[in-house]
Design a protein around this ligand. Structure first.
Ligand SMILES: Nc1nc2c(c(=O)[nH]1)N=C([C@H](O)[C@H](O)COP(=O)(O)OP(=O)(O)OP(=O)(O)O)CN2
Length: 132
């Protein structure tokens, strides 16, 4: 299996509900380094997994929808803990929509899967992996 990874980052604010959380129940900020890894068994006609430039641009576009937002105020996340894991799925699903819409190029239609990893620090991260 081949893979290509591109990276971006976001800064958000959010708060969590639930006794499992301590200070994070209060509104707090988070900066995530975001890795998107695209996978396929065979390279495309250009001998690549996906164009790195397009993948970087489209990841940046997806992240731009979240960057600098207070996620507690985003209607689609109302009542939801926007955990690192949850945000990894949101980003992966939005990138998958872009792949299916052709935004990452025709060759990208042959991608097998994508994994999005959010690094919340140098010692903790979470991922969501899905097929395409
Ligand atoms: N599985 C996850 N666990 C936690 C997440 C997460 O997204 N996924 N997020 C947080 C906090 O937002 C953030 O990491 C701050 O950490 P921390 O202050 O350690 O979290 P708590 O408020 O829960 O404090 P504790 O002292 O650990 O009770 C936390 N966990």
């Amino acid at each position: 299996m081949f893979s290509v990874n591109v990276r971006g980052h976001i800064m958000v604010a959010h708060s969590f509900r639930g006794e499992v959380f301590g200070p994070a129940q209060q509104l707090h900020g988070a900066t995530f380094v975001v890795d998107a890894t695209f996978r396929r068994a065979e390279l495309d006609a250009d001998n690549i997994v996906v164009d790195i430039g397009l993948a970087t641009e489209e990841l940046a576009a997806v992240l731009g929808e979240l960057n600098y937002r207070n996620l507690d105020e985003v209607p689609e996340f109302a009542g939801i803990n926007t955990s690192t894991e949850f945000l990894a799925k949101v980003i992966a699903d939005r990138l998958a929509d872009k792949v299916h819409a052709g935004a990452l190029g025709e060759g990208a239609r042959g991608l097998a899967g994508i994994t999005v990893t959010l690094h919340e620090s140098h010692v903790a991260w979470a991922s969501y992996e899905r097929s395409l």
